[in-house]
Design a protein around this ligand. Structure first.
Ligand code: OOG
Ligand code: NI
Length: 473
Protein backbone atom coordinates (compact mmCIF):
# COMPACT_ATOMS: atom_id res chain seq x y z
CA UNK A 1 0.00 0.00 0.00
CA UNK A 2 2.01 2.93 -1.28
CA UNK A 3 1.83 6.29 0.47
CA UNK A 4 1.30 9.15 -1.98
CA UNK A 5 2.85 12.45 -0.97
CA UNK A 6 1.08 15.74 -1.69
CA UNK A 7 3.16 16.43 -4.79
CA UNK A 8 2.42 12.96 -6.16
CA UNK A 9 -1.28 13.52 -5.58
CA UNK A 10 -0.95 16.91 -7.29
CA UNK A 11 0.79 15.46 -10.34
CA UNK A 12 -1.85 12.73 -10.61
CA UNK A 13 -4.66 15.28 -10.18
CA UNK A 14 -3.30 17.42 -13.03
CA UNK A 15 -3.14 14.37 -15.31
CA UNK A 16 -6.65 13.18 -14.45
CA UNK A 17 -8.12 16.62 -15.03
CA UNK A 18 -6.25 16.87 -18.31
CA UNK A 19 -7.58 13.50 -19.49
CA UNK A 20 -11.12 14.43 -18.52
CA UNK A 21 -10.94 17.88 -20.11
CA UNK A 22 -9.49 16.41 -23.31
CA UNK A 23 -12.54 14.17 -23.59
CA UNK A 24 -14.90 17.06 -22.91
CA UNK A 25 -13.17 19.59 -25.21
CA UNK A 26 -11.32 17.81 -28.04
CA UNK A 27 -9.80 21.08 -29.32
CA UNK A 28 -7.80 21.11 -26.08
CA UNK A 29 -5.98 17.98 -27.27
CA UNK A 30 -5.06 19.80 -30.48
CA UNK A 31 -3.73 22.70 -28.42
CA UNK A 32 -1.62 20.34 -26.32
CA UNK A 33 -0.26 18.59 -29.43
CA UNK A 34 0.66 21.88 -31.09
CA UNK A 35 2.23 23.13 -27.83
CA UNK A 36 4.38 20.00 -27.62
CA UNK A 37 5.56 20.54 -31.22
CA UNK A 38 6.30 24.20 -30.57
CA UNK A 39 8.40 23.34 -27.52
CA UNK A 40 10.30 20.58 -29.27
CA UNK A 41 11.09 22.80 -32.28
CA UNK A 42 12.11 25.67 -30.03
CA UNK A 43 14.52 23.39 -28.16
CA UNK A 44 16.02 22.27 -31.45
CA UNK A 45 16.39 25.84 -32.65
CA UNK A 46 17.76 27.41 -29.46
CA UNK A 47 19.51 24.56 -27.66
CA UNK A 48 20.23 24.48 -23.93
CA UNK A 49 19.42 28.19 -23.47
CA UNK A 50 15.78 27.27 -24.17
CA UNK A 51 15.61 25.70 -20.73
CA UNK A 52 16.66 28.83 -18.89
CA UNK A 53 13.15 29.33 -17.50
CA UNK A 54 12.38 25.69 -16.77
CA UNK A 55 13.34 22.24 -17.96
CA UNK A 56 11.60 21.01 -21.10
CA UNK A 57 10.01 18.23 -19.01
CA UNK A 58 8.52 20.69 -16.57
CA UNK A 59 7.35 23.10 -19.26
CA UNK A 60 5.77 20.41 -21.42
CA UNK A 61 3.88 18.89 -18.49
CA UNK A 62 2.92 22.26 -17.02
CA UNK A 63 -0.75 23.33 -16.83
CA UNK A 64 -2.89 25.86 -15.09
CA UNK A 65 -6.62 25.42 -14.68
CA UNK A 66 -9.46 27.86 -14.09
CA UNK A 67 -12.37 27.15 -11.75
CA UNK A 68 -15.25 29.40 -10.72
CA UNK A 69 -17.29 29.05 -7.52
CA UNK A 70 -20.32 30.90 -6.19
CA UNK A 71 -19.91 31.75 -2.51
CA UNK A 72 -17.45 32.14 0.37
CA UNK A 73 -18.49 28.72 1.62
CA UNK A 74 -17.69 27.09 -1.73
CA UNK A 75 -14.40 28.99 -1.84
CA UNK A 76 -13.36 27.69 1.58
CA UNK A 77 -14.30 24.15 0.54
CA UNK A 78 -12.36 24.25 -2.71
CA UNK A 79 -9.37 25.54 -0.71
CA UNK A 80 -9.52 22.39 1.43
CA UNK A 81 -9.53 20.26 -1.71
CA UNK A 82 -6.48 22.08 -3.10
CA UNK A 83 -4.64 21.74 0.23
CA UNK A 84 -4.74 17.97 -0.27
CA UNK A 85 -2.60 18.56 -3.36
CA UNK A 86 -0.18 20.97 -1.69
CA UNK A 87 -1.74 23.99 -3.42
CA UNK A 88 -2.18 27.21 -1.42
CA UNK A 89 -3.71 30.61 -2.19
CA UNK A 90 -1.36 33.20 -3.68
CA UNK A 91 -2.29 36.69 -4.89
CA UNK A 92 -5.55 38.61 -4.95
CA UNK A 93 -7.14 39.66 -8.24
CA UNK A 94 -10.21 41.91 -8.40
CA UNK A 95 -11.64 41.51 -11.89
CA UNK A 96 -14.78 43.54 -11.26
CA UNK A 97 -13.18 46.79 -12.43
CA UNK A 98 -10.45 45.35 -14.61
CA UNK A 99 -12.44 45.55 -17.82
CA UNK A 100 -15.33 47.37 -19.45
CA UNK A 101 -17.38 44.17 -19.53
CA UNK A 102 -19.26 42.87 -16.58
CA UNK A 103 -17.06 40.34 -14.77
CA UNK A 104 -18.42 40.10 -11.19
CA UNK A 105 -15.67 37.96 -9.63
CA UNK A 106 -12.75 38.21 -7.23
CA UNK A 107 -9.99 35.63 -7.51
CA UNK A 108 -6.87 34.02 -6.13
CA UNK A 109 -4.61 31.29 -7.51
CA UNK A 110 -3.87 28.04 -5.69
CA UNK A 111 -0.39 26.70 -6.31
CA UNK A 112 2.67 25.12 -4.67
CA UNK A 113 4.70 27.72 -2.80
CA UNK A 114 8.17 26.25 -2.22
CA UNK A 115 10.69 26.18 -5.08
CA UNK A 116 11.28 22.43 -4.74
CA UNK A 117 7.53 21.74 -4.77
CA UNK A 118 7.14 23.87 -7.90
CA UNK A 119 9.96 21.93 -9.50
CA UNK A 120 8.28 18.60 -8.71
CA UNK A 121 4.96 19.71 -10.18
CA UNK A 122 3.85 23.31 -10.67
CA UNK A 123 0.09 22.72 -11.21
CA UNK A 124 -1.93 25.80 -10.30
CA UNK A 125 -5.58 26.78 -10.55
CA UNK A 126 -6.88 30.32 -10.99
CA UNK A 127 -9.98 30.29 -8.81
CA UNK A 128 -12.71 32.91 -8.99
CA UNK A 129 -15.59 33.57 -6.63
CA UNK A 130 -18.80 35.25 -7.75
CA UNK A 131 -19.35 38.53 -5.88
CA UNK A 132 -23.08 37.89 -5.61
CA UNK A 133 -23.41 40.68 -3.02
CA UNK A 134 -22.19 43.45 -5.35
CA UNK A 135 -25.13 45.80 -6.05
CA UNK A 136 -23.49 47.15 -9.20
CA UNK A 137 -24.31 43.85 -10.87
CA UNK A 138 -27.26 42.32 -9.01
CA UNK A 139 -30.49 43.84 -7.68
CA UNK A 140 -31.38 43.00 -4.05
CA UNK A 141 -33.96 40.51 -5.27
CA UNK A 142 -31.47 38.87 -7.64
CA UNK A 143 -28.84 38.71 -4.90
CA UNK A 144 -31.27 36.83 -2.70
CA UNK A 145 -32.32 34.34 -5.42
CA UNK A 146 -28.74 33.86 -6.54
CA UNK A 147 -27.53 33.15 -3.01
CA UNK A 148 -30.44 30.77 -2.37
CA UNK A 149 -29.65 28.89 -5.58
CA UNK A 150 -25.96 28.59 -4.72
CA UNK A 151 -26.56 27.67 -1.07
CA UNK A 152 -28.87 24.85 -2.14
CA UNK A 153 -26.23 23.06 -4.22
CA UNK A 154 -23.32 20.88 -3.12
CA UNK A 155 -20.15 21.11 -5.21
CA UNK A 156 -17.90 19.11 -2.91
CA UNK A 157 -19.32 16.03 -1.17
CA UNK A 158 -18.51 15.50 2.51
CA UNK A 159 -16.46 12.40 1.73
CA UNK A 160 -14.17 14.42 -0.56
CA UNK A 161 -13.64 17.11 2.07
CA UNK A 162 -12.90 14.56 4.80
CA UNK A 163 -10.34 12.77 2.64
CA UNK A 164 -8.82 16.10 1.60
CA UNK A 165 -8.41 17.21 5.21
CA UNK A 166 -6.80 13.91 6.07
CA UNK A 167 -4.33 14.18 3.18
CA UNK A 168 -3.42 17.74 4.18
CA UNK A 169 -2.91 16.72 7.79
CA UNK A 170 -0.77 13.66 7.06
CA UNK A 171 1.12 15.14 4.12
CA UNK A 172 -0.38 12.49 1.83
CA UNK A 173 -2.62 9.44 1.68
CA UNK A 174 -2.28 5.68 1.44
CA UNK A 175 -3.28 4.05 -1.78
CA UNK A 176 -6.95 3.11 -1.66
CA UNK A 177 -7.81 6.49 -0.16
CA UNK A 178 -5.52 8.33 -2.55
CA UNK A 179 -7.35 6.83 -5.51
CA UNK A 180 -10.69 7.74 -3.94
CA UNK A 181 -9.59 11.33 -3.30
CA UNK A 182 -8.44 11.73 -6.90
CA UNK A 183 -11.64 10.30 -8.27
CA UNK A 184 -13.91 12.47 -6.14
CA UNK A 185 -11.86 15.63 -6.73
CA UNK A 186 -11.78 15.10 -10.50
CA UNK A 187 -15.50 14.37 -10.59
CA UNK A 188 -16.24 17.61 -8.72
CA UNK A 189 -14.84 19.51 -11.73
CA UNK A 190 -16.61 17.52 -14.43
CA UNK A 191 -19.17 19.20 -16.65
CA UNK A 192 -22.57 18.17 -15.31
CA UNK A 193 -25.46 16.88 -17.43
CA UNK A 194 -28.02 18.20 -14.92
CA UNK A 195 -30.57 20.19 -16.94
CA UNK A 196 -29.86 23.93 -16.93
CA UNK A 197 -32.86 26.12 -16.04
CA UNK A 198 -33.11 28.17 -19.23
CA UNK A 199 -35.02 31.18 -17.84
CA UNK A 200 -32.69 31.51 -14.84
CA UNK A 201 -29.56 31.10 -16.95
CA UNK A 202 -30.72 33.78 -19.41
CA UNK A 203 -31.64 36.19 -16.61
CA UNK A 204 -28.12 35.94 -15.21
CA UNK A 205 -26.56 36.09 -18.64
CA UNK A 206 -28.15 39.50 -19.15
CA UNK A 207 -26.10 40.66 -16.17
CA UNK A 208 -22.93 38.75 -17.03
CA UNK A 209 -22.10 35.57 -18.94
CA UNK A 210 -19.64 34.75 -16.14
CA UNK A 211 -22.39 35.06 -13.51
CA UNK A 212 -24.57 32.67 -15.54
CA UNK A 213 -21.73 30.17 -15.89
CA UNK A 214 -21.23 30.20 -12.12
CA UNK A 215 -24.67 30.75 -10.61
CA UNK A 216 -26.90 29.43 -13.38
CA UNK A 217 -25.89 25.78 -13.07
CA UNK A 218 -25.83 23.24 -10.24
CA UNK A 219 -22.12 22.37 -10.35
CA UNK A 220 -18.75 23.82 -11.21
CA UNK A 221 -16.42 22.70 -14.02
CA UNK A 222 -13.00 23.40 -15.40
CA UNK A 223 -13.27 26.44 -17.60
CA UNK A 224 -9.90 25.91 -19.25
CA UNK A 225 -6.62 24.06 -18.80
CA UNK A 226 -3.65 25.95 -20.09
CA UNK A 227 -0.45 24.40 -21.43
CA UNK A 228 2.81 26.34 -21.32
CA UNK A 229 4.88 27.00 -24.43
CA UNK A 230 8.33 28.42 -25.05
CA UNK A 231 7.25 30.46 -28.10
CA UNK A 232 3.69 31.72 -28.01
CA UNK A 233 3.93 33.62 -31.31
CA UNK A 234 4.85 30.40 -33.08
CA UNK A 235 1.94 28.65 -31.38
CA UNK A 236 -0.49 31.39 -32.40
CA UNK A 237 0.49 31.08 -36.05
CA UNK A 238 0.30 27.30 -36.08
CA UNK A 239 -3.19 27.29 -34.51
CA UNK A 240 -4.46 29.82 -37.06
CA UNK A 241 -2.92 27.74 -39.84
CA UNK A 242 -5.00 24.82 -38.55
CA UNK A 243 -8.11 26.96 -39.00
CA UNK A 244 -8.70 27.56 -35.29
CA UNK A 245 -9.85 31.11 -34.57
CA UNK A 246 -7.70 32.77 -31.92
CA UNK A 247 -8.54 35.94 -29.97
CA UNK A 248 -7.10 39.04 -31.63
CA UNK A 249 -3.98 39.48 -29.58
CA UNK A 250 -1.48 37.90 -27.27
CA UNK A 251 -2.18 39.43 -23.83
CA UNK A 252 0.57 40.81 -21.62
CA UNK A 253 4.10 41.85 -22.65
CA UNK A 254 4.93 42.12 -26.37
CA UNK A 255 7.44 39.93 -28.15
CA UNK A 256 10.71 41.88 -28.06
CA UNK A 257 14.49 41.52 -28.13
CA UNK A 258 15.00 41.45 -24.35
CA UNK A 259 14.25 38.77 -21.75
CA UNK A 260 10.70 37.52 -21.34
CA UNK A 261 9.11 38.81 -18.17
CA UNK A 262 5.86 37.96 -16.39
CA UNK A 263 3.34 36.18 -18.56
CA UNK A 264 2.10 36.21 -22.14
CA UNK A 265 -1.21 34.50 -22.89
CA UNK A 266 -3.61 33.90 -25.72
CA UNK A 267 -6.58 31.64 -26.38
CA UNK A 268 -8.85 30.19 -29.01
CA UNK A 269 -12.44 31.28 -28.85
CA UNK A 270 -15.02 29.40 -26.82
CA UNK A 271 -16.75 26.67 -28.82
CA UNK A 272 -20.42 25.66 -28.79
CA UNK A 273 -20.98 22.81 -26.39
CA UNK A 274 -24.19 20.86 -26.15
CA UNK A 275 -25.90 21.10 -22.76
CA UNK A 276 -29.28 19.84 -21.57
CA UNK A 277 -31.83 22.56 -20.72
CA UNK A 278 -35.12 22.74 -18.93
CA UNK A 279 -37.04 25.26 -21.03
CA UNK A 280 -39.71 27.75 -19.96
CA UNK A 281 -42.53 25.47 -21.23
CA UNK A 282 -41.33 22.63 -19.01
CA UNK A 283 -39.73 20.57 -21.78
CA UNK A 284 -36.23 19.18 -21.42
CA UNK A 285 -33.88 19.07 -24.37
CA UNK A 286 -30.52 19.96 -25.81
CA UNK A 287 -29.23 23.47 -26.41
CA UNK A 288 -25.86 25.10 -26.77
CA UNK A 289 -23.60 27.12 -24.50
CA UNK A 290 -20.33 28.77 -25.29
CA UNK A 291 -18.23 29.21 -22.18
CA UNK A 292 -15.12 27.09 -22.36
CA UNK A 293 -12.08 27.97 -24.37
CA UNK A 294 -8.48 26.97 -24.86
CA UNK A 295 -5.77 29.16 -23.44
CA UNK A 296 -2.02 28.89 -23.76
CA UNK A 297 0.78 30.76 -22.03
CA UNK A 298 4.46 31.59 -22.09
CA UNK A 299 6.10 32.40 -18.76
CA UNK A 300 8.91 34.86 -18.12
CA UNK A 301 10.92 36.25 -15.20
CA UNK A 302 9.13 37.48 -12.05
CA UNK A 303 9.35 41.25 -11.64
CA UNK A 304 10.04 42.98 -8.32
CA UNK A 305 7.48 45.57 -7.11
CA UNK A 306 9.73 48.19 -8.74
CA UNK A 307 9.74 46.24 -12.00
CA UNK A 308 6.02 45.73 -11.77
CA UNK A 309 5.49 49.45 -11.35
CA UNK A 310 7.53 50.02 -14.47
CA UNK A 311 5.47 47.37 -16.29
CA UNK A 312 2.23 49.10 -15.30
CA UNK A 313 3.64 52.45 -16.44
CA UNK A 314 4.67 50.95 -19.77
CA UNK A 315 1.14 49.56 -20.24
CA UNK A 316 -0.31 52.99 -19.51
CA UNK A 317 2.16 54.63 -21.88
CA UNK A 318 1.25 52.13 -24.60
CA UNK A 319 -2.43 52.96 -24.11
CA UNK A 320 -1.70 56.66 -24.23
CA UNK A 321 0.20 56.43 -27.51
CA UNK A 322 -2.45 54.19 -29.03
CA UNK A 323 -5.16 56.66 -28.07
CA UNK A 324 -3.20 59.55 -29.45
CA UNK A 325 -1.78 58.10 -32.65
CA UNK A 326 -3.50 54.75 -33.23
CA UNK A 327 -1.40 51.85 -34.50
CA UNK A 328 -1.01 48.20 -33.66
CA UNK A 329 -0.80 47.50 -29.94
CA UNK A 330 2.08 45.04 -30.09
CA UNK A 331 4.18 47.36 -32.28
CA UNK A 332 3.58 50.33 -30.01
CA UNK A 333 4.26 48.21 -26.91
CA UNK A 334 7.51 46.88 -28.38
CA UNK A 335 8.69 50.45 -28.92
CA UNK A 336 7.75 51.49 -25.37
CA UNK A 337 9.60 48.47 -24.00
CA UNK A 338 12.70 49.15 -26.01
CA UNK A 339 12.76 52.67 -24.60
CA UNK A 340 12.22 51.72 -20.95
CA UNK A 341 13.18 48.19 -20.00
CA UNK A 342 16.79 46.94 -19.80
CA UNK A 343 17.17 44.36 -22.54
CA UNK A 344 19.40 41.93 -20.64
CA UNK A 345 18.99 39.87 -17.48
CA UNK A 346 22.07 41.65 -16.18
CA UNK A 347 20.33 45.00 -16.58
CA UNK A 348 17.16 43.75 -14.89
CA UNK A 349 19.16 42.34 -11.97
CA UNK A 350 21.37 45.36 -11.32
CA UNK A 351 18.37 47.71 -11.34
CA UNK A 352 16.39 45.41 -9.05
CA UNK A 353 13.61 45.10 -11.61
CA UNK A 354 13.36 41.32 -11.59
CA UNK A 355 13.92 38.47 -9.13
CA UNK A 356 16.87 36.10 -9.35
CA UNK A 357 18.58 33.52 -7.22
CA UNK A 358 22.29 34.18 -6.83
CA UNK A 359 25.27 31.93 -6.31
CA UNK A 360 29.01 32.50 -6.20
CA UNK A 361 30.53 31.93 -9.63
CA UNK A 362 32.60 28.74 -9.79
CA UNK A 363 35.28 30.59 -11.74
CA UNK A 364 35.56 33.55 -9.36
CA UNK A 365 39.32 33.51 -8.66
CA UNK A 366 40.62 33.34 -5.12
CA UNK A 367 42.46 36.56 -5.94
CA UNK A 368 39.24 38.41 -6.73
CA UNK A 369 37.67 37.01 -3.61
CA UNK A 370 40.65 38.02 -1.48
CA UNK A 371 40.39 41.56 -2.78
CA UNK A 372 36.71 41.98 -1.99
CA UNK A 373 36.12 45.35 -0.40
CA UNK A 374 34.83 45.44 3.17
CA UNK A 375 31.42 46.62 1.98
CA UNK A 376 30.06 44.98 -1.12
CA UNK A 377 26.85 45.73 -2.91
CA UNK A 378 25.00 43.24 -4.99
CA UNK A 379 25.61 45.45 -8.00
CA UNK A 380 29.36 45.19 -7.42
CA UNK A 381 29.10 41.40 -7.24
CA UNK A 382 27.00 41.24 -10.41
CA UNK A 383 29.13 43.67 -12.39
CA UNK A 384 32.35 41.89 -11.46
CA UNK A 385 31.03 38.46 -12.31
CA UNK A 386 31.46 37.27 -8.73
CA UNK A 387 27.91 36.01 -8.55
CA UNK A 388 25.79 34.29 -11.17
CA UNK A 389 22.12 35.22 -11.42
CA UNK A 390 19.47 32.63 -12.33
CA UNK A 391 16.03 34.04 -13.16
CA UNK A 392 13.05 33.20 -10.95
CA UNK A 393 10.06 32.30 -13.11
CA UNK A 394 6.79 34.18 -12.67
CA UNK A 395 4.35 31.65 -11.22
CA UNK A 396 1.31 33.94 -10.97
CA UNK A 397 -1.22 35.79 -13.11
CA UNK A 398 -1.96 39.29 -14.43
CA UNK A 399 -5.31 40.91 -13.64
CA UNK A 400 -5.53 42.81 -16.89
CA UNK A 401 -4.75 39.74 -18.98
CA UNK A 402 -7.21 37.69 -16.94
CA UNK A 403 -9.90 40.29 -17.56
CA UNK A 404 -8.94 40.30 -21.25
CA UNK A 405 -9.25 36.51 -21.38
CA UNK A 406 -12.67 36.61 -19.67
CA UNK A 407 -13.79 39.47 -21.88
CA UNK A 408 -12.65 38.08 -25.21
CA UNK A 409 -14.92 35.11 -24.70
CA UNK A 410 -18.07 36.81 -23.48
CA UNK A 411 -21.00 36.75 -25.85
CA UNK A 412 -22.21 40.13 -24.59
CA UNK A 413 -20.97 42.98 -22.44
CA UNK A 414 -23.53 42.38 -19.69
CA UNK A 415 -24.38 45.23 -17.35
CA UNK A 416 -22.82 47.01 -14.39
CA UNK A 417 -24.26 50.08 -12.67
CA UNK A 418 -21.19 52.15 -11.87
CA UNK A 419 -23.30 54.73 -10.02
CA UNK A 420 -23.59 52.28 -7.11
CA UNK A 421 -20.88 51.51 -4.59
CA UNK A 422 -19.28 48.06 -5.03
CA UNK A 423 -18.64 45.72 -2.11
CA UNK A 424 -15.14 45.77 -0.61
CA UNK A 425 -12.90 42.81 -1.25
CA UNK A 426 -9.14 42.71 -0.75
CA UNK A 427 -6.42 40.19 0.08
CA UNK A 428 -7.42 40.19 3.79
CA UNK A 429 -11.09 39.60 3.09
CA UNK A 430 -10.07 36.85 0.68
CA UNK A 431 -7.84 35.28 3.36
CA UNK A 432 -10.81 35.15 5.73
CA UNK A 433 -13.00 33.60 3.06
CA UNK A 434 -10.42 31.00 2.08
CA UNK A 435 -9.65 30.19 5.72
CA UNK A 436 -5.88 30.70 5.49
CA UNK A 437 -3.63 33.66 4.63
CA UNK A 438 -3.43 34.45 0.93
CA UNK A 439 0.28 34.95 0.23
CA UNK A 440 1.59 38.02 -1.54
CA UNK A 441 3.49 36.71 -4.57
CA UNK A 442 6.25 39.30 -4.17
CA UNK A 443 6.99 38.09 -0.64
CA UNK A 444 7.51 34.56 -1.97
CA UNK A 445 9.91 35.63 -4.72
CA UNK A 446 11.77 37.99 -2.40
CA UNK A 447 12.24 35.24 0.17
CA UNK A 448 13.72 32.93 -2.47
CA UNK A 449 16.11 35.65 -3.61
CA UNK A 450 17.09 36.60 -0.03
CA UNK A 451 17.78 32.99 0.92
CA UNK A 452 20.17 32.62 -1.98
CA UNK A 453 21.90 35.86 -1.01
CA UNK A 454 22.31 34.69 2.58
CA UNK A 455 24.32 31.72 1.27
CA UNK A 456 26.43 34.01 -0.93
CA UNK A 457 27.01 36.31 2.01
CA UNK A 458 28.20 33.43 4.21
CA UNK A 459 30.51 32.10 1.49
CA UNK A 460 32.08 35.49 0.84
CA UNK A 461 32.11 36.39 4.51
CA UNK A 462 30.68 39.79 3.69
CA UNK A 463 27.44 41.53 4.45
CA UNK A 464 25.85 42.41 1.12
CA UNK A 465 24.79 45.97 1.51
CA UNK A 466 21.84 46.64 -0.63
CA UNK A 467 20.32 44.87 -3.52
CA UNK A 468 19.12 48.09 -5.10
CA UNK A 469 21.47 49.57 -7.64
CA UNK A 470 22.73 53.03 -7.03
CA UNK A 471 23.17 54.58 -10.49
CA UNK A 472 26.07 56.73 -9.27
CA UNK A 473 28.24 53.79 -8.13
C1 OOG B 1 -10.18 32.71 -15.33
C2 OOG B 1 -9.54 33.75 -16.22
C3 OOG B 1 -8.14 34.09 -15.76
C4 OOG B 1 -5.80 33.57 -16.60
O1 OOG B 1 -5.04 32.73 -17.09
O2 OOG B 1 -5.50 34.76 -16.50
C5 OOG B 1 -7.12 33.09 -16.15
C6 OOG B 1 -11.48 32.19 -15.83
O3 OOG B 1 -11.80 32.31 -17.02
O4 OOG B 1 -12.21 31.62 -15.00
O5 OOG B 1 -7.30 31.91 -16.14
NI1 NI C 1 -6.11 30.98 -17.54
Amino acid sequence: MAFQELWQLRAAFAIELSDMYGQEVPAYNTLVDVSTDVNRDYMERIGAEAERLGSIQRVTAERHGAIRVGSPQEMSQVARVYAAFGMYPVGFYDLRDASASSVPVVSTAFRPIEADELAKNPFRVFTSMLASDDPRFFSPDQQRRLQDFINARELFPAELLTLADKAAEQGGLDDPEAVQLLELATRAFKLSDDPVDHAWYKELEDVSAVAADIGGVTSTHINHLTPRVLDIDDLYERMEALGITMIDEVQGPPAWDGPDVLLRQTSFRALDEERIFKFEDGTIGPGELRVRFGEVEQRGIALTPKGRELYDQMLAETDRRLNENGGIRTDVARQVWAENLPDTEHGLAREDLAFFTYRVAEDASSETLAQLPEHVTLVYLIDNGIVIAEPIVYEDFLPRSAAGIFQSNLTSEGSRDDALQGTDYDIDVMSEIVGRPVADPHDLYRKQQDESLAVVSAQLDRAIDSIVANPTT
